[in-house]
Design a protein around this ligand. Structure first.
Ligand code: ZN
Length: 362
């Protein structure tokens, strides 16, 4: 069995007094830095952990005892710098489709959650996506790349020519066809084992959401019809009490895009709490609808893709647990003119009966 320091770790060191060394391990994915002080024998062992030396060979070099090697291995293993079990079992899909993703998850492994557990979780999860337009089509694409194989796709619309500048996976020959049908065939090209339940209906009530997203592990709202906020309320009504995590994608408008929130029932505030957090003075304003800006708002495919993929990252965090979702109890606004991201946090509202057991209504 050859032992190797994880490939995703950079090692830099400097000699100190009395033949000791300060060794810094930089985990490139998470940015974590671990500093160890090693004596000379331990440093010699470390230098040999490049995967070309067997345990026995390391112990024999320079008169190092097997006990010293085991001692260092224990320390390195505790800090997840070497994966001895990984070498033993060979269970990980190191050369397959998810090789790089598994290497990414490796930085977040814990005693109880391996990189393969995280990948398995993605492969097993069922995700419902409402709306397959400028956000939803990219969300589905991103999830499929990450290894989601079970989808519920909900959209009543057919593909039009003007969709093709910003919506993923549709082509000229697809115009006039239902988005859900085309998306299902594209996902089969990515992975023929993908299972898609398709629903050609508009979500019009919480009951619709409950019926359509039954048994989904995660529900993602990307629909803006009749209005994003309204569908967010219906998704909240249906999913919060059912214990279904849900991500509410804000969308985009010109040079701005809106992210979140990500809602984990019982653990985070809900959409109604966000609405209550809005400044009362702003809530008093109404939109005078005498222009077409809401209907034919300018948009760019790149902004759609970026906005959608923030939500895909949130979804991967929710499903794998590799890191906490950033949009839990928060929404964000990205200003693409200035490349600024503004995070706005909010809390459970004392009067919210959806998520806080309040008695004063929403
Ligand atoms: Zn609430």
């Amino acid at each position: 069995m050859n032992i190797k320091i994880h490939d995703g770790v950079s090692v830099i060191y400097r000699p100190l007094r009395n033949k000791t060394y300060e060794v810094n391990f930089l985990f490139k994915v998470s940015g974590r830095i671990l500093t160890l002080r090693l004596n000379h024998p331990a440093f010699l062992i470390l230098k040999m952990l490049d995967g070309t030396h067997a345990f026995k060979e390391i112990a024999e070099v320079n008169g190092i005892s097997a006990q010293e090697v085991r001692k260092l291995m224990k320390i390195l293993s505790q800090h997840r710098l070497v994966d001895i079990n990984h070498q033993k079992s060979g269970k990980h899909e190191t050369d397959g489709r998810f090789k790089n993703q598994l290497n990414f998850f490796a930085d977040y492994e814990t005693k109880n959650l391996s990189r393969q557990d995280m990948q398995d979780q993605l492969n097993r999860s069922k995700v419902a996506v409402i709306g397959l337009g400028g956000i939803g089509s990219w969300v589905v694409y991103g999830l499929a790349l990450a290894g989601i194989k079970n989808f519920i796709l909900i959209d009543p619309d057919k593909i039009s020519l003007s969709n093709l500048s910003r919506q993923a996976l549709y082509g000229i020959a697809d115009t006039g066809k239902f988005k859900v049908d085309v998306m299902r065939s594209r996902l089969a090209l990515l992975d023929q084992t993908t299972d898609c339940r398709i629903i050609k209906r508009t979500v019009k009530s919480p009951a619709n959401v409950s019926n359509f997203t039954f048994k989904a592990d995660l529900v993602i709202n990307c629909a803006d019809n009749p209005a994003t906020d309204q569908v967010n309320r219906w998704v909240t009504d249906a999913c919060y009490s059912a214990g279904q995590p849900h991500i509410l994608c804000g969308g985009y408008d010109g040079h701005l895009s809106f992210l979140g929130p990500t809602v984990i029932p019982d653990k985070s505030a809900c959409w109604y709490c966000y609405e209550k957090s809005l400044d009362a003075r702003l809530a008093a304003y109404r939109h005078l609808q005498i222009t077409e800006s809401e209907i034919e708002g300018g948009s760019l495919g790149s902004i759609s893709a970026i906005t959608a993929n923030f939500h895909v990252l949130e979804a991967v965090k929710v499903l794998t647990g590799f890191s906490k979702p950033l949009l839990r109890n928060a929404v964000a606004e990205i200003d693409f003119h200035r490349f600024q991201l503004n995070l706005k946090r909010f809390r459970k509202h004392h009067s919210c009966k959806i998520c806080n057991g309040g008695k004063n209504g929403r």
